[in-house]
Design a protein around this ligand. Structure first.
Ligand SMILES: *[C@@H]1O[C@H](CO)[C@@H](O)[C@H](O)[C@H]1NC(C)=O
Ligand SMILES: *[C@@H]1O[C@H](CO)[C@@H](O)[C@H](O)[C@H]1NC(C)=O
Ligand SMILES: *[C@@H]1O[C@H](CO)[C@@H](O)[C@H](O)[C@H]1NC(C)=O
Ligand SMILES: *[C@@H]1O[C@H](CO)[C@@H](O)[C@H](O)[C@H]1NC(C)=O
Ligand SMILES: *[C@@H]1O[C@H](CO)[C@@H](O)[C@H](O)[C@H]1NC(C)=O
Ligand SMILES: *[C@@H]1O[C@H](CO)[C@@H](O)[C@H](O)[C@H]1NC(C)=O
Ligand SMILES: *[C@@H]1O[C@H](CO)[C@@H](O)[C@H](O)[C@H]1NC(C)=O
Ligand SMILES: *[C@@H]1O[C@H](CO)[C@@H](O)[C@H](O)[C@H]1NC(C)=O
Length: 480
């Protein structure tokens, strides 16, 4: 708990940032192109942020440090249907007389934001989570171990390949999630592939979404090796095809779910991240009509600095003291983005599938921040009551749950359903599941070098606890 508390010490957040970036750019990240394109972005965040970091930004750079963010992919493909992705136009073309509806919004939870609320019709997706009580429970020992290893799965990204990178302890692989009052069955790749025959599934979100997609790919590839049918230059939008099952698995890079741009906007310079909170990211929305299931998984990126735009006007920002805009904080942006995504899934024509909305995933840096020597070298899970969510994690979790509740009060017109995948708590209990320094086989720690590599206490080792999230997904589709 002390350690979690210490995360909130923000004073050193931006120190060593440049050195750190140089190191990353030169040596570590696999996607050279991505990084090359990204290098412009970080310095400009510094430009806005300077050294004064307001309250809520304490870990706003975890993602900068540990993830390889993406350039805009070169194109959209397989687009069978052009859709008008303006959220506003969705609301007005929906045949619903909004003025006669209750102007209720989940946003109102956050004090002071009321004036910025985009008045919306209620998104209506059927809450089909009723049968699932999979999210409260405990980790129990399981001698069976993982379903794959670094030798049997070819799809593990270097930084998450803890086995290959020399992680010496193995105990973290011998646990399974035991939900209260029921048993979560071991992942069965044949069964999963049978259930998704002829379907298209997409993981949409940030690098944690990609992490989970790779876990699924590892488990499924024990039954059949998929073909890569599409990859963009940055390797962040990839489609895999399982021939015998006619099953397509996609990963789509969209860390904010809504449209993000760095282009100059009404006097706010190029380079500053601008989120159009009422316009969904075309990267996934254009493909939505082709999907049978979409797994939305984001959160950490919202902690970064950003300027927020709605109805084509700047409404506020987070961490932007050099820009004339109201400091609304990132909770505001996150809530709007989640709400917009759920609205889009309900209102855009053509989607009849399942939307899985995943809750916030926590990191486990201890004894420092991501950039000040924070580590995660525990080797066993926490027990119940040994750890609690910190204030930010709690609110990020709550936002997703609130918006899900709000978005599922009534059924969607064409039978699409939504399921909340509340993995926050089971993940919180697994400080032992991160790569830490085994993100690299040749880790150079803070103390050994002036250009240190941070630990990775945000993503998950593969195999590892994140395999359980897919086990939960399988359980949820079995229950439909
Ligand atoms: C999209 O919606 C906006 C707002 O309603 C409208 O002005 C625009 O013409 C629409 N674009 C297309 C391509 O339908
Ligand atoms: C929409 O609803 C409002 C309030 O019930 C009503 O006054 C208005 O006439 C309606 N507009 C249309 C186009 O039906
Ligand atoms: C979904 O519905 C179930 C059963 O009605 C309820 O127990 C659960 O709390 C709902 N979930 C949310 C997030 O609203
Ligand atoms: C898997 O990891 C082990 C160390 O645990 C290593 O010896 C082996 O070479 C790795 N296999 C591959 C294919 O990288
Ligand atoms: C996995 O699922 C397949 C297909 O339903 C079934 O035949 C097989 O027995 C299952 N395997 C295990 C270990 O349960
Ligand atoms: C494969 O699945 C798609 C839907 O995703 C369907 O349109 C197509 O007919 C299927 N192809 C075969 C060979 O079953
Ligand atoms: C629902 O289905 C009808 C008929 O296929 C279609 O016209 C309509 O656009 C669909 N609505 C949504 C929101 O998908
Ligand atoms: C874990 O890391 C801390 C420093 O962050 C160190 O003091 C401790 O000895 C380490 N524990 C193990 C088991 O390596």
């Amino acid at each position: 708990m002390d350690a979690l508390g210490s995360k909130i010490d923000i004073s050193k957040l931006f120190l060593h940032r440049k050195l750190f970036l140089v190191w990353i750019l030169v040596v570590f990240f696999p996607f050279a192109l991505v990084i090359a394109l990204f290098s412009g972005q970080s310095s400009l965040i510094e430009g806005i942020v300077g050294t004064s970091v307001p309250q809520q930004s304490y870990s706003s750079s975890i993602v900068d440090g540990l993830d390889a963010p993406a350039p805009k992919p070169v194109m959209s493909l397989h687009v069978q249907q052009k859709v008008n992705i303006s959220y506003d136009s969705l609301l007005h073309n929906d045949g619903v007389n909004t003025s006669s509806m209750e102007k209720k919004s989940g946003i109102q939870e956050i004090k002071g934001d009321e004036s910025k609320v985009l008045e919306t019709v209620k998104p209506k997706l059927k809450n089909d989570t009723a049968k699932s009580n999979l999210f409260k429970g405990k980790w129990i020992r399981d001698s069976r171990g993982p379903l794959y290893t670094n030798n049997t799965c070819a799809y593990i990204q270097g930084h998450q390949n803890c086995m290959k990178n020399g992680r010496p302890d193995m105990e973290y692989l011998y646990w399974r999630w035991k939900p209260n009052g029921q048993t979560l069955t071991r992942f069965n790749a044949t069964l999963f592939l049978d259930l998704v025959r002829g379907k298209v599934w997409a993981f949409v979100g940030d690098s944690v979404a990609r992490n989970q997609m790779q876990s699924l790919l590892c488990m499924l590839s024990q039954v059949e090796h998929p073909k890569t049918t599409y990859t963009d230059e940055a390797n962040v939008n990839v489609h895999w095809y399982f021939v015998s099952y006619n099953f397509t698995l996609m990963v789509i890079w969209s860390p904010y779910l809504v449209k993000d741009t760095e282009a100059e906007f009404k006097g706010i310079p190029q380079g500053v991240i601008k989120l159009h909170l009422d316009v969904l990211d075309p990267e996934w929305v254009t493909l939505l009509p082709n999907m049978d299931a979409i797994i939305l998984s984001t959160g950490q990126w919202f902690l970064k600095s950003g300027v927020y735009i709605m109805k084509d006007e700047v409404v506020g920002c987070h961490n932007c003291d050099k820009i004339k805009a109201e400091q609304l904080g990132f909770f505001f942006a996150f809530r709007h983005a989640i709400q917009a995504a759920l609205n889009g899934i309900r209102l855009l024509p053509g989607f009849k599938g399942i939307a899985f909305l995943q809750t916030f995933t926590v990191d486990h840096f201890e004894n420092g921040l991501w950039d000040s020597g924070g580590t995660c070298n525990r080797t066993v899970p926490y027990k119940k009551n040994e750890i609690k969510l910190n204030a930010v994690e709690k609110e990020m979790h709550k936002i997703v749950v609130d918006e899900f509740k709000y978005g599922t009060e009534e059924e969607a017109p064409n039978g699409s359903i939504a399921k909340l995948v509340d993995i926050t708590y089971c993940s919180l209990l697994r400080p032992d599941g991160h790569p830490g320094k085994y993100r690299d086989s040749n880790f150079i720690s803070k103390s050994e070098s002036t250009q240190p590599v941070p630990n990775d206490c945000l993503h998950w080792c593969l195999p590892g606890p994140i395999d359980t999230w897919n086990e939960i997904l399988l359980q949820m589709i079995k229950d439909i």
